[in-house]
Write a protein that binds this ligand. Structure first.
Ligand code: MN
Length: 208
């Protein structure tokens, strides 16, 4: 009798938490549309295609494969899917985001960086230092109750395991080029106007 296997979990493209034009003028509707329906969706589809392959390997219907290549590509696509999900929810419609954080996140930022302005300056510098495609993150080290500003190159470099991300900035060209061309620093500066600090605070409290 054939064993019924549950199979590996597949990913979903979650709906955007606001309308396509909600981030204007800081991020155009056209960018959000291409970014969400093109790029983000592509990572979800890519991850699920690879999971289909893995399920085929597990149930012996696929016998010839490159496991290293599959897993490397799976990491790239799952990170792409998850990082984008967090990136969207980390932003709020224009007029409802930006400003400064409150709550426990504000306390931690003050304790570690001295002030929000010093934190913002360092995060911005980190984001600007990322050489090409990548992400800037504020992570939370649950073991040491410590904030960490980090960058990810591409989708899988320099990411510390077991540190949940509180704040995520997409720096791939697709995130800004249609509107900002080569002025990535302007995109980064404008992004602060739509940061959803309530979302960052929720992520912190979930992990404290
Ligand atoms: Mn992206």
């Amino acid at each position: 009798m054939a064993e019924e296997l549950k199979g590996l979990h597949k990913y979903e493209l979650k709906p955007l938490p606001y309308s396509m034009d909600a981030l204007e003028p800081y991020i155009s509707k056209e960018i959000v549309d291409v970014h969400y329906n093109g790029h983000h969706k592509g990572y979800v589809t890519g991850a699920n295609n690879l999971i289909d392959r893995l399920n085929g390997i597990i149930n012996n219907s696929i016998s010839s494969y490159d496991i290293h290549g599959i897993l490397r590509s799976l990491t790239f696509n799952i990170n792409g899917a998850k990082l984008h999900e967090a990136y969207w929810s980390n932003m709020a419609p224009s007029g409802k985001g930006g400003g400064t954080p409150g709550g426990k996140l504000a306390d931690l930022i003050d304790k570690q960086y001295g002030s929000f302005d010093r934190f913002k300056k360092l995060f911005t510098e980190a984001a600007n230092s990322n050489p090409g495609t990548g992400w800037a993150l504020l992570n939370y080290d649950t073991e040491n109750s410590n904030l960490q500003i980090l960058t990810i190159e591409n989708h899988f470099m320099n990411h510390v395991a077991e540190m949940p991300a509180l704040l995520i900035l997409d720096e791939f060209e697709h995130a800004y080029y249609l509107q900002y061309k080569n002025k990535r620093a302007d995109y980064i500066n404008n992004w602060w106007n739509i940061v959803n600090w309530d979302d960052a605070e929720k992520r912190l409290e979930k992990n404290m």
